[in-house]
Ligand binder design. Structure first.
Ligand SMILES: [Zn+2]
Ligand SMILES: [Zn+2]
Length: 236
């Protein structure tokens, strides 16, 4: 972990004594608040994307061009890391608490600073349905989008894209097409003027099949967006 100030280290030491925080993965004590729910060692154990590895340029899956993502409506999708271990636990917690540990924030900042995401002009979080937003109290995608928009110095747009149907829910056993059908028509652009001509950076917590972000990208492009790039914290 880099650049931890002395005062922060002292504060963390006091905090560890007062409220020992146990790593959700290995059970060792977490010495630094910036690591969140997992210890430094467990953070080292997860796969974080760099510029080095081979990925499918469009959907970002590790390996060569996957040949399965052609029908998806976005231009390209990238993630900070794989949905596993410490990153997975941090995202599960993000569904309950509107908070990202500093270490995750720094992973996000590094990932969105790279090609092709750094050419975007406007940040749009994948919206929750108003009903779901009311029960949860916050949109986890917005928490991620706040970090991203600040890092890239881009406007954060929470108003243009809305979710008009609640039918989207992960259902085990559905194939890719079945999942696409459940989200088709779930999103709507209410302020086309705000997205027209923009290179949108669409932000969500996890990329699974790409069906949700593709449904969002489709309506954004129909509303006049030039391109839609996708950024998620993790890739399943
Ligand atoms: Zn650990
Ligand atoms: Zn692909």
């Amino acid at each position: 972990m880099n650049l931890t100030s002395a005062s922060e280290l002292i504060y963390d030491a006091i905090l560890t004594l007062a409220y020992p925080q146990v790593c959700v993965i290995c059970g060792q004590s977490v010495e630094q608040r910036r690591c969140g729910v997992a210890c430094e060692e467990c953070w080292k154990g997860i796969r974080i994307f760099t510029d080095e590895e081979e990925i499918c340029w469009k959907c970002g899956v590790p390996g060569p061009a996957c040949g399965r993502c052609e029908s998806l409506a976005f231009t390209a999708a990238r993630a900070a890391g794989m949905y596993e271990g410490a990153l997975r636990e941090s995202l599960l917690l993000l569904k309950r608490k509107p908070y990202l540990p500093r270490h995750v924030e720094s992973l996000l900042v590094a990932a969105v600073g790279r090609e092709p995401l750094n050419s975007t002009t406007r940040v749009v979080p994948v919206p929750l349905h108003p009903k779901r937003l009311k029960t949860r109290g916050f949109n986890q995608a917005t928490i991620v989008a706040q970090v991203v928009s600040k890092a890239l110095k881009l406007p954060l747009d929470e108003v243009s894209l809305v979710r008009v149907s609640t039918t989207e829910k992960y259902r085990a056993g559905l194939d890719a097409k079945g999942r696409r059908d459940t989200v088709a028509g779930a999103f709507h652009v209410v302020h086309p003027r705000l997205v027209a001509g923009e290179n949108i950076l669409l932000v969500d917590d996890v990329y699974t099949t790409g069906a949700t972000v593709s449904a969002c990208a489709e309506v954004l492009v129909e509303a006049g967006a030039r391109k839609v790039f996708v950024f998620t914290v993790a890739r399943a």
